[in-house]
Design a protein around this ligand. Sequence first.
Ligand code: ADP
Ligand code: MG
Length: 317
Amino acid sequence: MGAAREPQANRRASITDDAGRRARVRTQFGVSTYEEVRPLASTASRRPQEQVVRGGSETPLLSVQGLSKDFGGLRAVNACSFSVSAGSITGLIGPNGAGKSTLFGLVSGFLVPDEGRVFLDGDDITALPPHQVFGRGLCRTFQIPREHGSLTVLENLMLVPPNQLGERFWNPVLRPGAVRRQEREIRAKAMDVLEFLTLDHLRDEYAGTLSGGQKKLLELARTLMADPRIVLLDEPAAGVNPSLMARIRENIVQLNRERGITFLLIEHDIPLVMGLCDPVIVMNQGTKLAEGPPASVRSDPRVLEAYLGGQHGVAER
Ligand code: ADP
Ligand code: MG
């Protein structure tokens, strides 16, 4: 995880715009987007983005500290703490009901924790709304894909980038050239993403007609439209046929190696996790049970116990 992992296609730089506001330029898949750096209280002392040493930094990219979440009387996540290093493909496993998907909800802003904090690159992002967490480069997929079924695959991707000029009703009238230019850029970026994931042949299909596996890939594609720094994948291989699964796996490895994207991956397919992820974090009953390289986790008696009590074997599956 050295400097070699610095993403080539995921460059960032800060600029000051005409109004004197600081903005961040992010370039990925050949498209530059400008986003205003929001002056959140917790980011006042933040180091400029370009000074962050990826992969070698002591600050973990994602840090979860003492997170808890109750649903009525049920404590779904219970004082859970762990961190994810920049550049890693970290696995998150655990029996059904362990609290993994709830944890993703808490980290990505879809759920508000009862206790604990979430830090992204040292910034406190606890309970920021999902679109702000997303805008900071933390993107998640859902265990059950959430595509827009009556839109095409390409349209699903083109919806993702925020702050599109055409969304302001006066811009198409007052700034038609700028609106068209931005739309062309977003379309080109969407096509790049589709080609990268070999989904380009499906671009004009309605998303609702895709197979379960293709919908999972579309979820991954949607995260890539947002220039993610870290992608949280919730069971990307569940219900996916083996050849599509191999492709999803290849895509994850390639995105990690070539574009420096960090992954946190929930998966029940133990061989997939053990072959792809390092470290592996094990959750049970809402909290972290174990963490380490795949070999140590799979032989950990506490992990075996947790799995033997459930429906998934961890040793040989
Ligand atoms: P996992 O993803 O590890 O299988 P979940 O995070 O989905 O586990 O669920 C953890 C526990 O929280 C389960 O007992 C589940 O039934 C419960 N749970 C999850 N979401 C909700 C919710 N929205 N309302 C009530 N209970 C929930
Ligand atoms: Mg789940």
